[in-house]
Design a protein around this ligand. Structure first.
Ligand code: PRF
Ligand code: ZN
Length: 372
């Protein structure tokens, strides 16, 4: 099978690379950030807003859409793209992580995961085969294999057991896939044990997936531990396939992830923080409710070219936030997602020009921060 991913340029000083991923809804230039659209919507953003900030691909959640409104309904209405009026690529997460993070009572057997709906308590079950069938009904471009996320901290024995199950489930997902042209990515677990992760990766690569993800990171472990796993595993993931770091992270995490050879990222941080009045800027974080912005006529970020920064003052944005106006969420989300998207675009350009480490130095210098 030809790979859906082509590497286009690589840094001569680190593992950073640019590439192109082919999907049913067109190409994605990597490294890429995927805004999170859990409920078939990226909160507070219309699809047109998303296009304006340059989003190439968004993420949807199998777990939430399975519970409400149901994958059969979405299939009947023409699939997730038509349902939400988004014609660019969509990646759907498999549900594994959401089942365990939203359900204290979830239980795992060899067969699959049993859990209760977080909405009304209904008993539900999702097998690896179900996870693929649901994602095929949704019609996402990239499907994720069903995994079990290992909580932090976990003993080596716990991590080994969960990782082995995740890999058996991954094989079942691959076998359950039908001929839809959708891509299927495998997920590397292994907790904070690099040898477990590398063994899991070798097994997954043996099965053969269209891309490989690092799961189970940014789940409460110290930052150094996450970066150590990234350094141990990132560049050892198959170079001829896309590499996805799941649920990560801060702008700094994205820069470190790219340096270690990762291609794809998603995180609720830009959208969630936007709604909470925390904005990302080239100089670091900004809390819009702070009194110092009461009469500030300047833009959020003088270096930003987004709709929000071109048209509104910090004073106005602070007023909207303090008044709990819906527009605060919208304008702040536009800015934060523009910031994330622009950061990725800058990294792609720096890699093409083979000056990624210089870009990284400047990134930390501007925000007055230390490199990890
Ligand atoms: N597995 C899946 N989705 C995820 C994760 C995971 O481990 C994470 C962990 N950061 C975020 N989203 N399936
Ligand atoms: Zn802006």
């Amino acid at each position: 099978m030809p790979s859906s991913f082509a590497q286009l340029a690589r840094s001569s000083e680190c593992h950073a690379r640019t590439g192109r991923l082919a999907t049913l809804h067109g190409h994605i230039e990597t490294p890429v950030f995927m805004p999170v659209g859990t409920q078939a919507t990226v909160k507070a953003m219309t699809p047109e807003d998303l296009k304006q900030i340059g989003a190439q691909i968004i993420l949807g959640n199998t777990y939430h859409l399975y519970i409400r409104p149901g994958h059969e309904l979405i299939r009947e209405l023409g699939g997730l793209h038509r349902f939400m009026h988004w014609d660019r690529p969509i990646l759907t997460d498999s549900g594994g992580f959401q089942i365990f993070s939203l359900n204290e009572l979830a239980s795992i057997t060899e067969d699959g995961a049993s859990f209760r709906s977080h909405l009304d308590g209904t008993k539900l079950f999702l097998s690896p085969e179900d996870a693929v069938a649901v994602q095929e009904a949704l019609g996402s471009d990239i499907m994720m294999a069903l995994d079990t996320c290992i909580p932090y901290p976990a003993t080596r024995a716990e991590a080994a057991r969960a990782t082995a199950l995740t890999n058996r489930w991954a094989r079942r997902c691959r076998a359950a896939q039908t001929d839809t042209g959708q891509l299927l990515f495998g997920i590397v677990q292994g907790g904070l044990y690099p040898d477990l992760r590398l063994a899991a990766l070798a097994e997954l690569a043996e099965t053969g997936f269209d891309g490989y993800a690092l799961g189970g990171l940014s789940v409460g472990e110290p930052k150094e531990e996450m970066l150590a796993m990234l350094a141990a595993c990132g560049h050892r993931m198959p170079a001829d396939h896309a590499r996805y770091l799941m649920g990560v992270g801060t702008p700094e995490d994205l820069v470190e992830g790219v340096m270690h050879g990762m291609d794809m990222f998603d995180c609720v941080m830009p959208t969630r923080n936007a709604r909470n009045g925390m904005l990302f800027t080239s100089q670091g974080k900004l809390v819009i409710k702070n009194a110092c912005f009461q009469k500030d006529a300047g833009p959020l970020d003088p270096l930003c070219t987004c709709y929000t920064c071109k048209n509104f003052s910090r004073a106005y944005l602070r007023h909207l936030f303090q008044s709990h106006e819906i527009l605060a969420s919208q304008l702040n989300s536009i800015h934060n997602l523009h910031y994330y998207n622009n950061l990725m675009a800058q990294m792609r350009e720096a890699i093409r020009q083979d000056r990624f480490l210089a870009f990284r130095d400047e990134f930390y210098r501007l925000r007055g921060g230390q490199k990890p």
